[in-house]
Design a protein. Structure first.
Length: 606
């Protein structure tokens, strides 16, 4: 909230006898506040580093701090209030500065970075310390890498607030020692179902940087469209939605540079061999099976795709692998991250009923199964994918644990599995097999769920009573295409409370490298992407950064409430179209909207 907005409501201000301690989101691993009073913030100069990444990040953050004039709306306080100004009176601070007392103005941010050359890749050290003492005029930031320094800047950006007389301050001396629990903390955007413009993609990256999420999983294409410029096969973009809905390689490089400057890795996904029609068929129609079939066949056991439009790569056609190699090599050179996602989900066996090469292959040997077919894909495609720079590969878990029972017989354990089905059960199964896992469990983390089905001409909606009563289908609104297959909507509380390593052994838990919240885009474009992503993704950010429990092992969801309410306002103030979480009354009256009056729980955390 801007200071100019606050002064219009001066009659609502309440000054309390305890200082406002502005907890940033995600909550740091360790944060200790002093008690000596506010530190006024003057013009802050940067010292200690010439790293262009850090210098530019600081310029962006400081510009935001000085122009936003941020006053937190939702603050933990001893009594219910509307807005809280910091406690120390301006006159008192002025006297303190004139007398050279402990409240001298902060004028410098000093960085101490061990190694400024470490690249932004998996496992990079992101830790930092941030110290504001009673006596020094400097803010001290120490980190091993520039990426840790960026995290410190993000935290500091939230700590500096506007005071009651229009200046800037940090409300108390503070010491923060911070590092993430997981090295892989991400969200997923999908530009295959609907196109997202570059400004909207960058808006998601801005939200990620503010909340310390560090991986943007970019699901580039799908069966519906191919929006990526390819020099080797320029005809692929004939299957983009329009000439204005194509990402040139220059545009992609722009996104990559924008993300890296903010400490965000971009990991591309090209889904194969399923979800593959558009683009591929423009290169050679013989490498795509069932592209001209009716996707549901009006007979679900014979469906060729889980959604329109159908198409899967012909696994047994040698031409397929030549095209795959050329596409992968070009995109692998374009995207610089050590990780590359090669799909592998939701292979539909019905599609290959339309493939002569596949039906002949099965007919030649009655003992062959679809597991053998998928194994042929793994054995032939994986060497292609690993060849450039020995890339670390990610695949959807289906290739090992097929939701429909179709999976390969043997998959190398050096491939990272992204788990989206059956929650902890699948996470445990995969980690016990020796796979590293990225958690994306649909029952907790799918941000597109709960908005109703999107396929049209669905007769299950054509009833005038509750679907359960009419059909006996208790799953209508919670599974199946008639409602939303992954309903209900995933609230920030459901996301935050997900204990995805529960019941894992210590060895299995170590195999979980992080989390990603996907936002599949059948019902997402520029108009709604930010409101569907934020601020729920911020709950995941804290879950994966410092966890959802306090030092005593108690869930701190109640404590997070005011922090995420406030963070939503901060996202909006920074130009990110985050959805409201509650009536503003709940922000202005801390914890008055809690379902249970639990002051004991409140006292645990903040």
């Amino acid at each position: 909230m801007h200071f100019s907005q606050v002064v219009q409501m001066v009659g609502l201000f309440t000054v309390v006898g305890e200082a406002v301690k502005v907890n940033p989101l995600p909550k740091p691993t360790s944060i200790a506040w002093g008690t000596s009073g506010a530190r006024s913030v003057g013009h802050l100069s940067l010292k200690g580093t010439s790293s262009s990444v850090v210098v530019n990040a600081w310029k962006r953050a400081y510009r935001t701090v000085t122009t936003l004039e941020w006053v937190p709306q939702a603050i933990e306080a001893p009594i219910a209030i509307y807005y809280v100004f910091p406690t120390a009176a301006p006159a008192k601070r002025e006297v303190s500065r004139q007398n050279g007392g402990s409240h001298s103005e902060l004028t410098t941010v000093i960085f101490s970075i061990s190694d400024t050359s470490v690249p932004l890749q998996q496992g990079v050290d992101e830790s930092y310390t941030l110290i504001v003492t009673e006596s020094s005029s400097s803010i001290a930031i120490t980190s091993k890498t520039v990426w840790g320094a960026l995290n410190a800047i993000t935290t500091l950006q939230q700590l500096i607030i506007c005071d009651s007389h229009g200046g800037l301050e940090i409300e108390q001396p503070v010491t923060i020692k911070d590092a993430p629990l997981y090295p892989y903390r991400g969200i997923m955007i999908d530009t295959g179902r609907n196109f997202l413009t570059l400004p909207k993609i960058k808006e998601q990256i801005d939200g990620m940087a503010l909340s310390k999420l560090n991986v943007l999983h970019w699901h580039l294409d799908d069966s519906q469209s191919w929006p990526i410029q390819m020099k080797i096969y320029p005809q692929m973009t004939k299957d983009a939605y329009s000439v204005n809905e194509i990402y040139s390689q220059a545009a992609i490089n722009d996104v990559l540079a924008y993300a890296q400057a903010r400490g965000v890795r971009v990991i591309p996904e090209v889904d194969m061999p399923g979800h593959a029609s558009s683009g591929w068929k423009q290169v050679d129609s013989s490498i795509v099976a069932c592209a001209n079939s009716w996707w549901s066949n009006d007979n679900w056991p014979l469906h060729t795709a889980v959604e329109p439009n159908p198409g899967q790569l012909e696994i047994l056609n040698p031409k397929t692998y030549k095209v795959v190699k050329n596409v992968y090599d070009e995109l692998s050179a374009l995207f610089s991250d050590d990780f590359f996602h090669v799909g592998g989900d939701e292979l539909q066996t019905g599609c290959y009923n339309f493939s002569t090469i596949t039906t002949d292959w099965f007919a030649a040997n009655s003992s062959r199964t679809y597991a053998d077919l998928l194994q042929h894909w793994v054995d032939t495609a994986m060497p292609i994918f690993k060849a450039p720079n020995n890339r670390k590969l990610i695949m959807w878990e289906d290739v090992v644990i097929g939701a429909s029972g179709v999976h390969a017989n043997t998959v190398p354990t050096d491939i990272v599995m992204q788990s989206w089905n059956n929650g902890i059960a699948n996470i445990k199964a995969l980690t016990s097999m020796g796979y590293e896992v990225i958690v994306s469990s649909s029952d907790w983390l799918y941000l597109d769920c709960g908005y109703g089905g999107w396929v049209s001409n669905d007769p299950r909606y054509d009833i005038n009573v509750n679907p359960d009563a009419a059909t006996g289908d208790s799953n209508f609104n919670f599974g199946g295409n008639g409602g939303s297959w992954c309903a209900p909507y995933k609230t920030w509380q459901r996301i935050y409370d997900y204990d995805f390593t529960a019941n894992l052994t210590a060895a299995e838990a170590e195999k979980v490298i992080g989390v990603t919240a996907p936002l599949w885009a059948e019902q997402v474009d520029d108009t709604v992407v930010s409101s569907k992503m934020w601020p729920r993704a911020a709950a995941l950010a804290e879950l994966s950064w410092s966890g959802n429990k306090d030092a005593n092992g108690n869930k701190r969801t109640t404590e997070l409430t005011q922090r995420i309410f406030n963070f939503r306002e901060y996202l909006v103030a920074n130009g990110i179209g985050a959805a409201p979480l509650a009536p503003k009354y709940c922000l202005q009256h801390p914890h008055s909207c809690d379902l249970y009056y639990d002051q004991t729980e409140l006292s645990h955390g903040s």
